[in-house]
Design a protein around this ligand. Structure first.
Ligand SMILES: [Zn+2]
Length: 417
C-alpha cells in the first residue's frame, strides 16, 4: 500500500491531490515529505475572500507539518499559487490543510491540541518532537475556534470562583456554568475586582444575565455587589465549598497559634503534624489518622474546640428546610461567639452577616450540583501546575479554556487522536 492511499483515506482535499512521497531529514531524524499538487481543472481561491480567481504566479515550495507516522515527522510540501483577486488584489491562495500563515496543518494542530488536554504542553512538545510554541499555538487555535462556535443558550446557573496564581500574588476570576445538564468553564478574568466581574457580565450579555436563575459564589465583597446589580433576578447562593474553605483557614490559624504557644511554654508538641487530621473530614482519614485524632480530641485544646465547631457546622448543610437550617445557624453562632476563639467568632459574625444568601443554599438545593465548583477548582489548580503556574494571563486563559471549557471541535472525517 502506498502512503498516498493512506493519506487519501484519512485526509482528502477537494481540489488537491497527493503526489510523490520521499525521505527527508537525516538518518537520525528521518522525515517524510509528501508533495501536494492542485487538480489541473481547479482555479486557486483567494485567501482573503475565498473566491476563485485567475492565477498570478507561484511561490516557492513550503512545508506544512502533518501528523507524524511511526515516530517519523511528516510534511506536506506545496508551492502556493497567488491569485489576482478582483476584490483583494494579489493574494496567496487558500490552502484547505492550513489556516493563515501557520506552518502546522490543521490536522496536526488539532492533534497536538488534543494531546495537550492530557499532558502538559512541554510534554506534548517532547513526545512529538515539536516545540512548546507550536503546541501553544495549536491550543490557542483550538480555543479560538471553540469559543467562536460554542453555544451559550440555556445557561441558568453559574458559579464564580477565584484561582490564586503567581505564587498567590495574583488572582484569576473563573465563571463556570453549573447547570445539571452542562458544566463547563465559561469565562476567565484577570484579578478579582468589581471591574473583573463587570467584564464578565458585559461579555455574557444583558439578556443572558437576566435569564440566570442561580449564582453560586464566595462572600467576596466585590462579587456580592456586582451580582446584586447585574443579575438581580437570580438567587444568589453562598456555596458550601467556599464557606468550608473559610473554616479551614480559621482552623489553621487557631492551630498554628496554639502550637506556638505550647512550644513557648515548653509543653509536649501535641499539635505537630495534625494539620490534615483537623482539616479533613473524619470519614476521609485512614485508620491510623483516625486513632491519632481520637487521642488528640481528649485534650482540652483550643484547636480541638475549633475543630469540633467546624465539624458540628457540617450538619448545617444536611437540612432541607431553610427554617430549621436558620435555627441551627443561630444556635451554632451563639456557641461560637461564646467559644473565646477569635477566628471562630469571626466566622460566626460573617455567617450572620450573610444569613439570607446562606439560606438560599436550601432554596436552590437539588437544582445545583454543589460539588461542581469544588471539582472545577481542583482541575483549574492542576492545569495551572501543569502549565508551570502560567507565565502570562493570556497563557492561563488559553490553558483553562482548553481543559475546562468543554469547547466544541470541528467534525473530522478521521480522528488522529
Ligand atoms: Zn479576494
Amino acid at each position: 500500500m502506498q502512503l498516498k492511499t493512506i493519506l487519501n483515506r484519512v485526509q482528502k482535499f477537494k481540489s488537491f491531490v497527493y503526489a510523490e512521497a520521499r525521505w527527508a531529514g537525516s538518518i537520525e531524524a528521518p522525515e517524510l515529505e509528501v508533495e501536494v499538487v492542485e487538480r489541473s481543472n481547479g482555479r486557486p481561491r483567494c485567501s482573503g475572500c475565498g473566491l476563485a480567481g485567475p492565477g498570478y504566479d507561484r511561490l516557492p515550495a513550503r512545508r506544512f507539518e502533518f501528523v507524524p507516522l511511526w515516530g517519523i515527522r511528516v510534511f506536506l510540501v506545496y508551492s502556493p499559487r497567488r491569485v489576482d483577486c478582483p476584490g483583494c488584489g494579489v493574494r496567496v491562495e487558500r490552502m484547505p490543510w492550513a489556516a493563515g500563515k501557520h506552518r502546522l496543518t490543521e490536522a496536526y494542530a488539532w492533534f497536538l491540541a488534543g494531546w495537550a488536554k492530557r499532558l502538559s504542553w512541554q510534554e506534548v512538545a517532547e513526545v512529538f518532537r515539536s516545540s512548546w510554541d507550536s503546541v501553544f499555538r495549536s491550543v490557542e487555535r483550538a480555543v479560538e475556534w471553540g469559543r467562536a462556535h460554542q453555544d451559550l443558550s440555556g445557561i441558568q446557573a453559574i458559579g464564580i470562583d477565584e484561582l490564586a496564581w503567581k505564587r498567590g500574588h495574583r488572582y484569576l476570576t473563573l465563571v463556570y456554568q453549573i447547570d445539571r445538564h452542562e458544566k463547563r468553564l465559561l469565562w476567565v478574568g484577570d484579578k478579582r475586582k468589581v471591574k473583573t466581574l463587570l467584564q464578565f457580565f458585559r461579555w455574557f450579555g444583558k439578556a443572558r444575565s437576566q435569564r440566570l436563575k442561580y449564582i453560586c459564589s464566595d462572600m467576596w465583597r466585590p462579587y456580592l455587589k456586582v451580582i446584586a446589580k447585574k443579575a438581580g433576578e437570580a438567587v444568589h447562593v453562598l456555596d458550601r465549598f467556599h464557606i468550608m474553605v473559610h473554616f479551614g483557614k480559621a482552623l489553621d490559624e487557631v492551630r498554628a497559634g496554639e502550637a506556638r504557644e505550647l512550644k513557648a511554654k515548653g509543653y509536649e508538641p501535641l499539635l505537630t503534624r495534625t494539620r490534615w487530621l483537623l482539616l479533613k473530614r473524619p470519614e476521609n482519614l485512614t485508620e491510623q489518622q483516625g486513632s491519632k485524632l481520637a487521642e488528640l480530641l481528649q485534650y482540652n485544646l483550643r484547636s480541638v474546640r475549633a475543630y469540633l465547631l467546624k465539624e458540628q457546622f457540617q450538619f448545617f448543610w444536611s437540612y432541607t428546610s431553610p427554617h430549621w437550617a436558620d435555627r441551627f445557624l443561630d444556635g451554632w453562632c451563639r456557641q461560637a461567639m461564646r467559644s473565646n476563639i477569635e477566628p471562630m467568632k469571626k466566622i460566626a459574625r460573617m455567617l450572620r452577616g450573610h444569613r439570607g444568601l446562606l439560606l438560599n443554599w436550601f432554596r436552590a438545593k437539588g437544582l445545583l450540583s454543589s460539588g461542581v465548583v469544588e471539582g472545577f477548582n481542583a482541575k483549574a489548580k492542576l492545569t495551572s501546575r501543569k502549565s508551570f503556574g502560567f507565565r502570562t494571563f493570556y497563557c492561563a486563559e488559553v490553558a483553562l479554556y482548553h481543559v475546562l471549557g468543554g469547547l466544541p471541535e470541528p467534525k473530522f472525517t478521521h480522528r488522529f487522536c
